[in-house]
Design a protein around this ligand. Sequence first.
Ligand code: BDR
Ligand code: CA
Length: 310
Amino acid sequence: MKIIFDCDPGHDDIFALCALLAHPELFDLLGCTTVAGNQTVEKVTDNLLRVLSYLHHKVDVSIGSPCSLDGRTFVQPVAHGESGMDGPKLPESNFSVTGLDAVEWIYQTIFDQSSPVTIVATGPLTNIANLLSHYPSIKSRIERIAIMGGSLYSGNITSQAEFNIYVDPLAAKIVFDSGIPITMSGLEVCHQAMILHSEIERFNTKGKASKLTYELLEFYSRFAKHLGQPGSPLFDLCPVVELLYPHLFTSVDLFVDVETQGELTCGKTVGDVRGWADKSKVNAKVLVDVDRQAFIDVFVENAGMLDKEG
Ligand code: BDR
Ligand code: CA
């Protein structure tokens, strides 16, 4: 499966990256693109380059949008720290970016492939919306967009909206309206895909990737502890594990739209959950549940596989 990974690392974005790198038998990672989200685009790109260099995985990295389609920036240092990936102290990267803007790089890369590409998007959808707006003919070459974002019921950054969609609702609307098959890992499934605080010790080993994961989780879990939660939702890992092991998940096919105006609901994904909804409008496979224990085992195994690479 040919993959482009669009992200804003971000602790959990790195868990998703490790899952992609740990499974070369399934994933052909063509490259990564970055977008402003958890932190500025400069910071999240630096985080990504440091991790790739530390793990000795050289893949193309291209810098994307520094702000949402309407020009806003909104970062969240509370959950991810001032760097966007506080915790591990990784050396500066030996790698650099391609020099192409993310949208140009994605377009060129998809265009060069002989078969369709799957996009995994774990940040605000600004780059993907720009791609679809500037190059609408690319749609037929995109197999699926696997998104972490949105929710059917309550939000996290506001009472109604999930962070990635809230940051750029106009972009999210373009993506959900695109007609490209979408898998949506919203808050419902992500809150099931939770690592309990006691389970973090499973990564306390000498392996390189496990050590990195452990240090990321130590910082990342502080926020959930502060909220009084028994563990941390592994948001961005969900879309990648679903591509690997779809049988672990329960999903519903729905028509999902995005609220871009509402005074109280801006950035909310609105899923038509009515049993009698018009099925011809369905645009998303929405994940709603997961076998939590199996999911955590996959998370631990991913790091173990990368550890073996040395
Ligand atoms: C999403 O927001 C970010 O904090 C995470 O990386 C994830 O993509 C969860 O709402
Ligand atoms: Ca993210």
